[in-house]
Design a protein around this ligand. Sequence first.
Ligand SMILES: [Zn+2]
Length: 112
Amino acid sequence: MAYAICIHCGDTKARALDACPECGFVPESVHDRAQSMVATTHNLSEAKLTAVSAALMRGEKVELPFELVLDYMDSFEGRSDFEPPPRIPGKGCGYLVLFGVLAALSLIVLVS
Ligand SMILES: [Zn+2]
């Protein structure tokens, strides 16, 4: 059965973004929501989730997979009205690639 755990107290709940039936914690910030989404059977094995839950119940700090939390933070932030300007690769990047190619070429020449 799919379930989520409260990132505040470690109790189980049906859906990641629900209010916790035990402590009433509602994930509201982007970071809390991202962590809550990761702390579900969708993203973690039941064994791992049980370990996270047990650690939270003991009042310990838990480490959730950082990359996953970041992914969710990105997707939550992407839904807001704020549009970050598109990133245009600068000239420096092109020169770096050119330099890499030249270095590789000179290496080939030196080796042969
Ligand atoms: Zn809770």
